[in-house]
Ligand binder design. Structure first.
Ligand code: ADP
Ligand code: GLC
Length: 496
């Protein structure tokens, strides 16, 4: 048996404690699978006020004032709390860095009332990075690998390669940095850099400077031992074009040798119509007649009429430019002439709230809208819709299209990033494939693809075949977790 690896997984959100998007799903599931594969992995995240401490039996492991974190000219104390993520097979320990002033808020990164980023996000995540390293020292737990995720954790590799370089505690610690979304880089004014305690020699274009500003994600990419992202296609895309690389494409090209793509998996204990307690009627590939009951319940929830011959297209999404909804705005009049119904669940940018609300007001019988975050409704939309729409401009991985496959809800996607990697284009003549794909980011292309889908929906025999193709797919985490393990092992071997 190979040696057990100790890993600390650092992340800004994880199910079931805090979630704004797919990152939380990944962080709540991948560590469990790594643990099931026989390795010790623990999670570190901020202690928000988004969940009940009582429900998850949160307890103190380090008392307040036992750790002092320098932040600019001051020193801030933190306590560390802990709880477990439990599955039927394993328990994963989660450490929470707790500082009420920094983290006890209604939102994670954005004030939900003003819709603006919190003004002190720099301090909140400098604190997470520095606090993580100080906590490990205090706990005396030496992970072989620190697995960092997205911009909020990008300074950890930079600290390890500079401030902690000669610290015997971290002598053998390696880092892997996972990019879940390159468009969110954590860019702050130069003054923010001065609060980090990082040596000023690294505030250069080769280091953490980005056109005169301070870039957290760039720090992660420059200083981590290995970098990866969440699909193979996106790993290629971000090295090539500015629209994907967001100004970091040259750096990523430079790190090509250490840049990998590993597609996300699905936690089928959460996203599986055969075991889903959040939907009215369970169903599976061998018996999916009950899917219709979910469709009825879904339409009722949106105050719309049920007709088995009219397909329902679902959307569940952060409402951000990334997701491609401007394309819908452009074709809505044509779309609403078709024999279809649409239901949208989302929250995010104001312009999309306004757009969807306006469409709903004009077409209340055909276009249902819920603006907000609602876990239970997300499950109902997966179960009750016939098709699922993701016309993304770019998509690092995307999870909803993979969930949709298991729910027999046929995805309509733009062929980019993880959408390209996880969905096989349908051939209407034979009924092969799992979803409808279009390539060009163009409203006419989208309309054409939706028309193709609703036409094929009327051919019940082929449609059932396509549903089954998707439901039979297996994207469970084990395959991807094994790839992460291979990377962890490579890291410990090559980068010694
Ligand atoms: P991203 O991480 O870019 O938002 P993903 O497809 O990877 O996109 O993951 C989105 C996750 O967030 C899914 O679990 C999806 O169901 C969930 N989600 C997004 N918006 C909402 C919402 N308004 N209410 C409930 N769940 C949502
Ligand atoms: C990001 C991406 C999404 C991906 C998720 C989890 O939020 O936008 O495509 O699935 O992270 O990796």
């Amino acid at each position: 048996m190979s040696k057990e690896i100790n890993i600390l997984y650092v992340v800004a959100e994880a199910v079931p404690f805090a979630k704004t998007g797919g990152l939380a799903d990944v962080a709540g599931a991948l560590p469990q699978t790594v643990k099931e594969l026989g390795h010790e992995i623990r999670i570190m995240m901020p202690k928000y006020s988004t969940f009940s401490e009582r429900k998850y039996k949160v307890h103190d492991v380090i008392r307040l004032k036992d750790i002092m974190i320098p932040l600019g000219d001051t020193c801030i104390s933190t306590s560390v709390k802990s709880a477990f993520i439990t599955s039927s097979k394993v328990k994963v320990q989660v450490y929470f860095l707790a500082n009420d002033k920094l983290y006890s808020r209604d939102g994670l990164y954005v004030n939900p009332h003003t819709k603006k980023d919190y003004a002190d996000n720099d301090e909140r995540f400098i604190f997470l990075c520095k606090g993580t390293l100080e906590t490990l020292k205090k706990l005396g737990w030496k992970p072989d690998i620190i697995h960092c995720n997205d911009w909020q954790t990008g300074l950890i590799p930079a600290y390890l390669k500079t401030v902690y370089r000669d610290d015997p505690f971290f002598k053998k610690t390696k880092t892997i940095y996972t990019i879940h979304n390159l468009a969110y880089q954590g860019i702050f004014p130069k003054e923010s850099f001065n609060k980090t305690g990082l040596p000023k020699e690294i505030f250069t274009p080769e280091g953490v400077e980005f056109y005169g500003k301070f870039n957290f994600m760039k720090a992660g990419i420059v200083y981590a031992d290995i970098v990866n992202t969440v699909s193979e296609k996106y790993a290629q895309e971000i090295r090539t074009k500015e629209e994907f690389g967001c100004g970091l494409e040259k750096l990523l090209e430079k790190r090509k040798k250490d840049l990998y793509g590993i597609v996300n998996g699905v936690d089928y204990s959460v996203w599986n119509p055969a075991a889903d307690n959040l939907i009215p009627e369970k169903y599976s590939i061998t018996n999916f007649s009950k899917k219709a009951e979910n469709k009825k319940a879904l339409l009722q929830k949106f105050g719309m009429k049920y007709d088995e011959n009219i397909p329902v297209i679902g959307i569940i999404s952060r409402l951000a430019d990334q997701k491609g909804f401007d394309l819908i705005g452009d074709i809505i009049a044509d779309l609403m002439k078709l024999d279809l119904q649409m239901v949208v669940l989302g929250t995010g940018e104001k312009k999309y709230h306004e757009l969807f609300q306006k469409i709903h007001n004009k077409y209340p019988d055909k276009f249902g809208v819920q603006l907000g975050f609602n876990e239970a409704l997300a499950h109902l939309i997966e179960a009750g819709s016939d098709m699922f729409l993701m016309p993304s401009k770019y998509e690092p991985c995307g999870l909803n299209q993979i969930y949709s496959l298991k729910y027999g809800t046929v995805p309509i996607v733009r062929a980019t990033g993880g959408l390209e990697d996880t969905i096989e284009n349908i051939k209407p003549e034979t009924g092969s494939g799992t979803g409808f794909k279009f390539t060009k980011y163009d409203d006419a292309e989208l309309l054409k693809t939706i028309k193709k889908a609703i036409k094929l929906y009327q051919n019940k025999k082929i449609w059932v075949k396509i549903m089954k193709n998707g439901m039979a797919k297996d994207f469970s985490w084990e395959t991807s977790a094994k790839k992460y393990l291979a990377l962890y092992k490579k890291l410990l071997k090559d980068k010694d």
